[in-house]
Design a protein around this ligand. Structure first.
Ligand SMILES: [Zn+2]
Length: 449
C-alpha cells in the first residue's frame, strides 16, 4: 500500500507514545506465514458465522441509531407542473409530515399481526431514522415520466454531483410500472456503488394519501436495505427465501419450521415454508387470508418490521453501499469484546469500540472503518495484527481520530503492506504499568498520520 507520508512524520507521530520496548522483530510465536495482507475473501469464520448473519445486527439497546440523509428530487414537466411544488409552503409542510411519519414508524415499530412463536425480544425502536436534508425540482419533460433510477441518478450526478454522491436519492416522477407505486434498488457489498435509490410515482398528478406514501417510501427503503417481499410478488422487488436453512431466512416472520406459521397451502418440502398472501387491499385481520401487516408484506396497511428484518437493515449499514448515506458518525458506548480469535477479511464499518481480551487475536486483513469516538484496546495477553486498512468513513475525514491502546502485556503487529490512517488525535498508545509495557512491532511504511 502506498505511503504518501515520509518516514520522518511517522516517527514524530509515534515518538509520543513509543518506548524502548518497541522492536521491529516480529514475534516468532505468531505465525504470519499464511497471512496475506489486504485480502478480502470473506472466508473467515468471523464473517461466515457472525458478521454475515442478519441476527448479529438486531437493533437491541447496544446498537447506535443511524440516520440516513435523503434528498427528494421532483421531476416536473416542461411547464414546471405535474409534481409537488416546493414554492408552496403547504406542500413542503406535508413533505415534512411524511418525513416525521416515517421516523415515527422507525422509532415505534408496530406489533406483528401474526406473531411467530418463539418470538425473540420484541424491538420497538429500530434504531434507524431518516432526514430529508434537501429537496430539488427539475423541469425535464424527458424524465418527467421516468421509472429508471439509474438514468435519474445519472442526470443528477452529471449536473449536480454534490446532490447525490453521499445523499440517498428519492426521485418523484409520473412514471408507471404495472400497478407498482414505485421501485427501489437493492444494497450491494460493492461499497463504492452509488446506484442506490428509489423512484416513486406519487406525484401530485398521481396522488396517494400522505400516510400511504410514507408507508410506501419506508417499504421501498426496506428494499434498499436488502429486504424482499414476504408474499409472492409478480412485479420484481424479489421475494424472501422460503428455504429454512438459508442464512437470510426470516424465521421470525415465517415460523421456525415449515407449516407452523404459514397455513397458506402446502410447502413444497419439509425445508421450505409458503409465502404469505399479499395484495394492497388484503385484510390481515380476516382469518381466511394469510396476509400480514409486515412492512414487506404487500398490504396497504402494513408497517411491522421483524427483529431479523431490522437486523438485515443494520447489516446493510455495516457491509454495503448504504453506508455512504449515514449522517455523521454514529457511536454506541457498548464495546465489542473479542474473546476468541477473529479475522476481519471483509470490508466492515463499526459503530463501537473494540476490546481484544486476553488470549484472543484480532487480525485485520481487509478494511475496518472505526467511529472517531471509538478506540481499539488490546488488553494484557491480547494481540492485534494489522495486515489491511484501519480508517474512518466519516464524510470529509482523512483518517481515523481514535486510538489503538495497547495495555501492558498486550501486543500490536503492523505488517508490511498494512495501512493505519490516523488523523488529528489518532495514534497508537502504549500503556505502562509496573515497568511492563504494551508493545508494537511495525513496518515503518504502514502508519499514516
Ligand atoms: Zn416492494
Amino acid at each position: 500500500m502506498k505511503n504518501i507520508y515520509p518516514r520522518l512524520l511517522l516517527t514524530l507521530a509515534l515518538l509520543i507514545t513509543l518506548t524502548s520496548s518497541t522492536t521491529k522483530n516480529i514475534d516468532s510465536k505468531i505465525d504470519f506465514t499464511d497471512l496475506e495482507c489486504n485480502t478480502c475473501n470473506k472466508k473467515s469464520a468471523t464473517y461466515i458465522d457472525k458478521y454475515q448473519l442478519q441476527e448479529h445486527y438486531a437493533p437491541y439497546a447496544d446498537v447506535a441509531t443511524k440516520t440516513i440523509k435523503i434528498a427528494l428530487h421532483f421531476w416536473q414537466n416542461d411547464s414546471g407542473g405535474g409534481n409537488w411544488n416546493l414554492n408552496d409552503s403547504a406542500h413542503v409542510a406535508r413533505l415534512h409530515w411524511i418525513e416525521n411519519s416515517i421516523n415515527k414508524k422507525l422509532r415505534i415499530n408496530r406489533k406483528p399481526s401474526h406473531p411467530v412463536r418463539p418470538v425473540s425480544e420484541e424491538i420497538r425502536d429500530l434504531k434507524l431514522q431518516i432526514e430529508f436534508v434537501e429537496m430539488y425540482a427539475y423541469q425535464e419533460e424527458k424524465h418527467y415520466r421516468s421509472r429508471s433510477i439509474s438514468s435519474l441518478n445519472n442526470y443528477v450526478r452529471n449536473s449536480y454531483q454534490e446532490r447525490i454522491n453521499n445523499i440517498f436519492p428519492i426521485h418523484i416522477t409520473n412514471g408507471k410500472y404495472g400497478g407498482a407505486a414505485g421501485m427501489a434498488n437493492m444494497a450491494t457489498t460493492n461499497v463504492k456503488s452509488k446506484n442506490a435509490g428509489i423512484v416513486t410515482f406519487a406525484s401530485e398528478h398521481n396522488p396517494s394519501s400522505d400516510y400511504a406514501w410514507a408507508s410506501h417510501l419506508l417499504h421501498e427503503l426496506g428494499h434498499n436495505f436488502g429486504l424482499k417481499h414476504t408474499y409472492k410478488s409478480g412485479l420484481g422487488g424479489g421475494n424472501e427465501t422460503t428455504y429454512i436453512k438459508h442464512q437470510d431466512f426470516l424465521w421470525d416472520v415465517f415460523g421456525a419450521s415449515p407449516g407452523i406459521a404459514t397455513p397458506n397451502g402446502t410447502p413444497k418440502d419439509s425445508l421450505n415454508v409458503c409465502y404469505h398472501d399479499g395484495y394492497f387491499r388484503c385484510d390481515y385481520k380476516d382469518p381466511s387470508t394469510t396476509c400480514t401487516n409486515n412492512l414487506m408484506g404487500g398490504t396497504g396497511t402494513g408497517g411491522y418490521t421483524s427483529v431479523l428484518q431490522a437486523g438485515r437493515m443494520h447489516k446493510a449499514l455495516a457491509l454495503t453501499n448504504m453506508r455512504r448515506y449515514i449522517k455523521g458518525d454514529p457511536y454506541s458506548e457498548v464495546a465489542i469484546e473479542i474473546t476468541t480469535d477473529e479475522k476481519i477479511d471483509f470490508n466492515l464499518r463499526l459503530f463501537k469500540s473494540v476490546i481484544v481480551k486476553s488470549g484472543a487475536t484480532l487480525t485485520i486483513t481487509c478494511k475496518l472503518y472505526m467511529p472517531n469516538q471509538g478506540n481499539i484496546v488490546v488488553e494484557k495477553g491480547g494481540n492485534l495484527i494489522v495486515a489491511g486498512l484501519i480508517s474512518s468513513e466519516v464524510e470529509g475525514n482523512y483518517g481515523w481520530e481514535g486510538n489503538i491502546i495497547v495495555n501492558p502485556g498486550g501486543k500490536v503487529y503492523v505488517l508490511d503492506g498494512a495501512n493505519i490512517k490516523f488523523t488529528n488525535d489518532g495514534k497508537i498508545v502504549l500503556n505502562e504499568d509496573n515497568n511492563i509495557k504494551g508493545t508494537i512491532e511495525y513496518a515503518s511504511s504502514s502508519i499514516e498520520n
